[in-house]
Design a protein around this ligand. Structure first.
Ligand code: 5GP
Ligand code: ZN
Length: 114
């Protein structure tokens, strides 16, 4: 998608602090972190949100969770949160599916994302 910032990061047309990349997934640091570690894990293919996936995407969805687990391990997080916002009411601003991996401080005081 040409007007999608995350597609531009995938295409390396926009800079990002990339921490993981494979054929189908890329992970990079959030530009406005809400905690010491705030990484976004996204599919390279443009998918609007979890709500626009179906059962044919289950392998990819599982792989996204696996990358979230791996980057959290690499960041030595004792505990962390994985979250995805869906739709405007769900607080989603960037309409390209992404998992937030957030940690590095106690999160009990973090009410919501976005
Ligand atoms: P959402 O509210 O859609 O779930 O979260 C979008 C996230 O993307 C926000 O946390 C925001 O800070 C982050 N973000 C928006 N634009 C950029 C960008 O150009 N680069 C990076 N690295 N993160 C971005
Ligand atoms: Zn996109």
């Amino acid at each position: 998608m040409t007007d999608c910032i995350f597609c531009k990061i995938v295409a390396k047309e926009l800079p990002a602090d990339i921490v993981y990349e494979d054929e189908q997934i890329i992970a990079f640091r959030d530009v406005k972190p809400v905690a010491p570690v705030h990484i976004l894990v996204i599919p390279k293919r443009h998918i609007e949100s979890l709500q626009t996936t179906d059962s044919t995407d289950d392998q990819l969805l599982g792989a996204l969770m696996g990358v979230a687990r791996q980057v959290a391990k690499e960041q030595n997080l004792a505990g962390y949160r994985v979250a995805t916002n869906i739709g405007k009411e769900g607080g989603q601003v960037v309409k390209h599916l992404h998992l937030h991996v957030i940690g590095g401080r106690p999160l009990s005081d973090l009410p919501a994302l976005g």
